[in-house]
Design a protein around this ligand. Structure first.
Ligand code: 5GP
Length: 193
């Protein structure tokens, strides 16, 4: 998506060879117009899949996921990060390793929001090693719901996440695919899909 790629080129900060900071338009300050366009793009791409719910992980995925849910006309589920000693019986829970924090957290969702009738689209800001996305997928499946696909704003294609999801037969649609951040230079992957 050219709009997002331009924004990344003009307004993001390469922290090191692996991490991109997008605090000015996604993670801290949010660009609502960009989020609206992103939501419409995901909705257009996934429109014929019979999606009943959009799901994301708090907190950075919420803005684009909400706009996607609005455009698809379905509810948004926000999966919560809680300390790992919280084990409530009305929640599905799974452990996720955080790429940016280097620690793990318990991801939870209420059993009352996911059922076997749901076909869920997962939206997240970044795809790195795929831990967050695969954790979200595990939770959806614990509720016997099915996965429609994963929509990602920024995929770092040099990390393992995309392959992990593809191997699990999950369709991934990434709006910007970064091939390299080496030397502080952002290089996008040539679009092949
Ligand atoms: P994964 O679980 O795929 O390894 O990492 C994805 C999660 O880690 C995303 O939800 C995102 O919050 C965070 N993340 C991964 N890479 C980056 C990055 O380069 N920049 C930022 N801001 N967050 C990232």
């Amino acid at each position: 998506m050219k709009l997002l790629e331009d924004k990344i080129l003009n307004e993001s900060v390469v922290l090191n060879d692996e991490i991109l900071k997008v605090d000015g338009f996604i993670n801290h300050q949010v660009d609502p117009k960009l989020m609206k366009e992103i939501g419409e793009e995901f909705a257009e791409y996934f429109k014929d899949r019979g999606i009943t719910k959009v799901a994301t992980i708090e907190s950075s995925g919420i803005s684009p996921a909400l706009m996607t849910a609005l455009a698809l006309g379905v509810p948004l589920i926000i999966m919560k990060k809680s300390p790992s000693n919280v084990m409530k019986t009305d929640l599905f829970h799974t452990e996720v390793v955080s790429f940016t924090k280097g620690s793990s957290y318990e991801l939870t969702v209420s059993k009352s929001h996911i059922s076997e009738n749901d076909h869920v689209l997962i939206i997240d800001d970044f795809l790195a090693n795929g831990e967050a996305s695969t954790g979200a997928i595990r939770l959806v499946r614990k509720g016997n719901a099915t996965i429609a696909g994963v929509g990602i704003l920024i995929e770092k294609s040099f990390q393992a996440g995309r392959n992990k999801l593809n191997e699990a037969m999950i369709e991934v649609y990434s709006l910007a695919r970064i091939e390299s951040l080496k030397g502080g230079i952002i290089q996008f992957k040539k679009q092949e899909n």
